[in-house]
Structures are given as structure tokens and as C-alpha cells.
Design a binder for this molecule. Sequence first.
Ligand code: HEC
Length: 165
Amino acid sequence: MKKMFRVLALAVLLAGVAFTAEAETASRKSIKHGEFLVGYGGCQDCHTPGWGEHGGQASKDMLLTGGGINFQGPWGTTYPPNLRLYVQKISAQDWIRQLRNLKTRPAMPWWTFRYLSDRDLSDMYAYIHSLGPAGRPAHDFVAAGQEAPAPYLKLVLPAPPPLAH
Ligand code: HEC
């Protein structure tokens, strides 16, 4: 009886180890896929300081820490937020909900998330979260006509062509 109990305990333990290993592989895959989506989605272009200047490279402590390229136009001045701090404050579920309902000022391409599944979005979250918190919060949005701290790209935009249906 005692022996059977020991065998059973061992089986439960091994199942637990296998389950943990599987979960770890799954989360590694999520992080890897999230890194790919963030890279190909161009998030670093604006959300990582110096990314473009260094030909798409940055040290790990700078990745996605915000304020990479800021934009000034008729809407005011916008500063890409620090995404590493952003994901620390919310769950993966909140991140998905937020991105699905996102509508920002320029130049954030908020419409691109429509091409991604919830799984893709949660992988993106896993990658950004895995980087850990770093940097400081980016500057808040500054309304048009008010003094805004440089640097920023000053944009003179053409009127958009009408949508043909
Ligand atoms: C062309 C520049 C640019 C690119 C590319 C870009 N962003 Fe942004 N992002 C911004 C700016 C600027 C803001 C701030 C907008 C504002 O203040 O209204 C912003 C805001 C955000 C926010 C905050 C939304 C909120 O107000 O809660 C999130 C989240 C975000 N970006 C995620 C991403 C992700 C993920 C990618 C890659 C798929 C990405 N961004 C690509 C410029 C960019």
C-alpha cells in the first residue's frame, strides 16, 4: 500500500514536471513570436530611442522605452509611450482589449492591429512583458499651440485624398 502510494506520488510529480516544461516551451514560443510581430510591425521605429539611427538596433535597456520619435502637427505633439512600463500595469487581457479599441493621435498606426489575432496580441504582450520594466514614462501629449519639449518631427501634411467606394 505504502509502495503504491509512493509510485502514485512519483507519477503526479513527473506529470507536474512535464506540464511545467510544456508551459515553459509554450511561453518561450509566445515570446519569440511576439518579438517577431513587434519587429515586423515596426513598433520599435517610434517606441525605441535611436532605433532608426542605429539601423534597427538598440541595447536591451532601451528597447520600447518610449519617446523614440515624437511628432508635432496640427493635433499637437505626441510622444510614443514607454511600452515596457505600459504592460507592467495591465494584464494580457487588458492589453488585447485596449489594442482592439485603440484610436490615437498621429503617428501611431492603430489600425494595423486588425490584421492580428488575439493570440498574436497576447504573444506581443508576452514579449514586451518579458523585457521587464525599464526607462521612464514618456512625456505626456501636448495640445496644439502649447510649448512642447523637443526633439520631435514637425509634420506638414497634405490633405488626404477622398475614399473611393
Ligand atoms: C510611426 C510611429 C509609431 C509606430 C510605428 C508605432 N507607434 Fe505606438 N504610438 C506612437 C505615438 C506617437 C503614440 C502616442 C499617441 C497619442 O499620444 O495619441 C503611440 C501610442 C501607443 C500606445 C498607447 C495607446 C494608449 O493611449 O493607450 C500603444 C499601446 C502603442 N502605441 C503600441 C504600439 C505597438 C504595439 C506598435 C507596433 C505594432 C506601435 N505602437 C507602433 C507612435 C508609433
